[in-house]
Design a protein around this ligand. Structure first.
Ligand SMILES: Nc1nc2c([nH]c(=O)n2[C@H]2C[C@H](O)[C@@H](COP(=O)(O)OP(=O)(O)OP(=O)(O)O)O2)c(=O)[nH]1
Ligand SMILES: [Mg+2]
Length: 350
């Protein structure tokens, strides 16, 4: 019989400048020398926040009073599963002290990728830089100026992560729209991802969102070798693209291993298999669709929340629920284990 999952709570503590506290696992412990979020194992009958408050008292001498779940991910850890519950601690008192001989350090969220962390912490580091909404553009249509104006209005909201999704444009027209979108994103400090244009995304220094068919090709090493994956996937010590290299314990975040480009790598997933592939090739996040009925994919059978919830509970990266959802669905999506909600129609300005 499979052993029950190891449940661990990890706390996100921020200083006045927004930097996050990391603790270095001391010599003699498993994963010694790696930087983690302070916390530890749940005792029997203890919920995640109670365990976290206890661990923070024992390890750091602080009193945690209130927190919010940020992300729960599930990972294979040898012969058992690790469920890591990351909580943002909003209200705490005391000055963190290293009561167990661990080193402590505060880092900005953009510097976390450079710290050697246990692999299960990478999705948490990504989640700290991701918003709860992931906006996907509709087709640009015949009027690129009108499209650019609406995109600009969306980006002006601040902190946006947006996927440029076009299927209708030829390469030249697409490159023009994408270049303009990349400039607009840079101007607004937003993060752009191109749908399925790996070469262009790497050239523009923006992120890449893989459709599920491309994800499958990349995860299986199949498909067209000219499709640009070398800019996005890590190489093994023999110089060959190695989709597993991103997940070696003790390595730094996939973002650093993978690429010179600074954008996100994400993928469209519809089932457990694809969610596993996305994590395996080092995606930073994924979408899971279709959760509900959606006008953009009328033929697709929705997963429904029960099925989606079961898939989300086992995911090992941040996942946005997608398909017929809007901002109002965020609480429900998060209660079902999603990190956030992705949408085309709901987030596109009129
Ligand atoms: N606290 C914490 N543990 C993590 C993180 N990432 C990660 O993979 N883990 C793993 C490492 C361990 O397998 C497990 C936590 O075990 P632990 O030994 O720190 O647990 P604990 O604080 O309760 O310590 P102890 O009572 O066993 O001494 O979770 C993280 O960010 N924080
Ligand atoms: Mg601990």
């Amino acid at each position: 019989m499979a052993r029950p999952a190891l449940e661990v709570a990890a706390g996100i503590l921020r200083d006045a400048g927004g930097r996050v506290l990391l603790a270095r696992r001391p010599p003699g412990k498993p994963l010694a020398g790696l930087w983690e979020f302070p916390g530890g194992k749940l005792d029997e009958h203890e919920d995640a926040f109670a365990a976290l408050a206890r661990e923070l008292r024992e390890e750091l001498g602080i009193i945690a009073r209130a927190g919010r779940p940020l992300l729960t991910c599930s990972h294979e850890l040898g012969d058992r599963r690790l469920r890591l519950h990351a909580w943002t601690v909003d209200d705490w008192s005391g000055e963190p002290q290293a009561l167990e001989g661990q080193e402590l350090a505060w880092h900005g969220v953009h510097a976390l990728d450079n710290q050697p962390m246990p692999a299960p912490d990478w999705p948490i580091a990504a989640a700290l830089r991701l918003p709860p909404r992931y906006a996907i553009t509709p087709e640009p249509g015949a009027d690129p100026d009108a499209f650019a104006r609406r995109l600009d209005r969306l980006l002006a909201h601040g902190g946006q992560v947006v996927q440029l999704r076009t299927r209708s444009l030829d390469d030249v027209a697409h490159a023009a729209v994408a270049t303009r979108a990349a400039l607009a994103a840079r101007r607004h400090g937003a993060d752009l991802l191109l749908n399925d244009r790996a070469h262009l995304a790497a050239r523009l220094g923006v992120g890449l969102h893989l459709p599920s068919a491309r994800l499958r090709d990349w995860a299986q090493g199949a498909g067209d070798p000219q499709d640009g994956r070398e800019a996005w996937l890590p190489r093994g010590s023999d110089g060959r693209i190695d989709v597993g290299a991103a997940l070696e314990a003790g390595a730094t975040a996939p973002a650093r291993l993978r690429r010179q480009a600074r954008g996100w790598l994400a993928a469209s997933c519809h089932d457990a298999d694809e969610l596993r592939m996305a994590a395996r090739i080092g995606c930073d996040f994924a979408t899971l669709a279709p959760v509900a009925l959606t006008a953009s994919h009328p033929g697709a059978t929705p997963l429904g929340w029960a099925r989606a919830g079961a898939l989300l509970a086992n995911a090992s990266l941040p996942v946005y629920a997608l398909g017929g959802l809007g901002a109002d669905d965020l609480p429900r999506a998060q209660a079902q284990g999603a990190f956030g909600v992705a949408a085309i129609r709901a987030f596109w300005p009129d």
